[in-house]
Design a protein around this ligand. Sequence first.
Ligand code: GLP
Length: 267
Amino acid sequence: MRVIFLDTYDHVAQWVAHYVVYQINSFHPTIDKPFVLGLPTGRTPMKTYKNIITMHQSSQISFKYVIIFTMDEYFGLSCEDPKSYHAFIHTNFINHIDIPKENVYVLNGDTNDIKNECKQYEEKIKSYGGIDLLIGGVGSDGHLAFNEPGSSLTSRTRIKNLSKETRISNSKFFNDNIDSVPKFALTIGIATLLESKEIIIIATGLDKAVAVQAAIEGSINHMWTITCLQLHPKSILVCDELSTMELKIKTVKYFQELEINNQTITI
Ligand code: GLP
């Protein structure tokens, strides 16, 4: 795992935006060879999306030959619902870039055939040869997408019940009313996301510090699904200073040292 320590949320958003743009441009996507990007919702990626949109507006990046898969969706919300992740990703990102609408895939939370919806999503990802780069946030309980504590590390796209901690945290998008937050969600599984060729997880803020500690210093454990990053050959955790507060100083120094050498190699 590569770990990038930056001081602020803004610097994290800048780093990730530049990384995404660089990876897509270096891939030289075409109609026959599109770049497949996995994207999250939530507060964490908001500034990253703003930065990428700005880079798009100044012609540094086009999404014409990019395919987007989002990671999860609340069960029971239709795509027209402003609280749905479908609405979120369109409002905050898709509507501001030049991606053809048919290149964007979001799980349908309003389906009456959950099994088939999840199966089709897995198959659709496979039909494009898998996800090239998956960007994610992390829940304060260490979940990736909606793979809550106790999720199998071999899980595929399915329905999951949401923990109380997650529903309290996500009530910020539901007028702070936990009763309005759906109790279930459709989500890609841990095995699904581990099949991505590259994964970047963004962690910002003090409420992510315990999850960051588990991810870097902890053992692989289904109670902290973020620890699955340790199983991936090309994962990057990008942290702001607040999210590192539970780490040992020795751990931080170790990864900072590695990064200095890493940059020497890549430049
Ligand atoms: C939600 C989403 C996750 C997201 C996480 C963190 O529950 N399902 O994909 O990463 O919570 O959200 P935030 O970025 O708002 O802290």
